[in-house]
Design a protein around this ligand. Sequence first.
Ligand SMILES: NC(=O)c1ccc[n+]([C@@H]2O[C@H](COP(=O)([O-])OP(=O)(O)OC[C@H]3O[C@@H](n4cnc5c(N)ncnc54)[C@H](OP(=O)(O)O)[C@@H]3O)[C@@H](O)[C@H]2O)c1
Length: 420
Amino acid sequence: MKEVVLGLLGLGNIGGGVWDLVREFGGEVEKRTGVKLRIKKALVLDVKIHGGKEVPDEVLTTDKNDILEDPEIQIVCEFLGGEQPAASMMLRALENGKSVVTANKMALSLHFDELRAMAGKTGAGLYYEASVGGAIPIINAIQSPLIANHIEQMMGIVNGTTNYILTRMTAEGAEYEDVLKDAQRLGLAEPDPTADVEGYDAAYKLSIAGSLAFHSRVKVENVYREGITKVSAEDIAFGREMGYVLKLLAIGKDNGDSIEARVHPVFLPADHPLARVDGSLNAVYLYGHSFKDMMLEGRGAGDAPTASAIVGDIIQAAQNAAHPMPYLREDPLPVADDWHSKYFIRMKAKDAPGVLAEVTGLLGGEGISISTMMQKGAAPDGKATLIFITHEASEKAVQRALKSMNPEICVVENVIRVEE
Ligand SMILES: NC(=O)c1ccc[n+]([C@@H]2O[C@H](COP(=O)([O-])OP(=O)(O)OC[C@H]3O[C@@H](n4cnc5c(N)ncnc54)[C@H](OP(=O)(O)O)[C@@H]3O)[C@@H](O)[C@H]2O)c1
């Protein structure tokens, strides 16, 4: 039996979940792995609020040095959240030769290079399965069982809050703001939901998983990002009529000489495996040249599912004689600022002869051809709703064509990419 001494940075939802899992299931984990887990210290802001967790007083501390500078602590588990001080504490732990296990996609994504470099320098391990997709073992899958593949595509529902909101909008025909308020009331969305609904959280996750999948650093500032705040019940209903389901996806593609990395709402065909992933579930769909296609699905958040991934990482960190360091090419591929997709375009246009010809003419002028068109009768203001689904077209061309439209004749109300 090998005892491993742990220090937890943070004892909130996730730190508390790890504490509970180690206490309740640590004996079983020890039988299965030969590793006995001992949590020596847990860093919190305020020791007084932690009475209820049955955490002994001597474990709680408000001094980070009780963990980062204690030579007995071998693995530091970071669950503080946010960029700082989480990133500098992880850096210090690695500098002191301690392996780090983290669930913090923001700090990891923003400081990936320096954390990796420090781990490489001191030989400490850096593990972050829980930072993408909670309990879903996507990070391990990419790095180990799927390593003999050229991963060409990765599409993920990696944010449970937005998937919950879109699922309810779809099922109930409800508007975004109404479902968001309800999700906040139920504790399924944060009081400030920006990180989730504007796609930042998904962009951090794509930056981490995409870097590993494509072996080329994808910096979060290069990820195209658009959230779900502009999506209306009308878009979802029209999309459904055309056989599509709306999801917020994190999409990564390896085009050989560039990487696509984008987070935005997507219409998927109703029979796509990701289209039926509902509620707060997460899923990642991958295409690799050997395994072809595959989807991993499960719980992307919550204390127990996240703790499951974290304890898995802790055991790996304890068992590995040498810690694995994922290969990333030294000359990263550029992240593309243009890509090809099909487009759902919804506009309000004057219901008059020649308008349709003008709109399709402007699209055609940019090389965009229409695959399907739907017109919904004129409103009392004499405007009709036009919906186009285009064939594959360049993002930049679509944006140019839409910009060139005369607002006196038609107003573009929403544009949603379609992936098949
Ligand atoms: N929640 C999820 O379902 C989930 C899923 C996957 C990943 N994650 C990630 O896990 C991380 C933690 O999330 P969480 O939900 O557990 O957060 P949380 O409930 O807010 O817990 C944060 C903990 O860190 C402590 N803390 C924060 N700043 C500190 C500081 N400067 N010094 C000392 N202690 C500090 C807090 O102390 P007090 O307790 O004294 O306030 C608290 O114990 C985040 O990076 C999050 O993105 C969360």
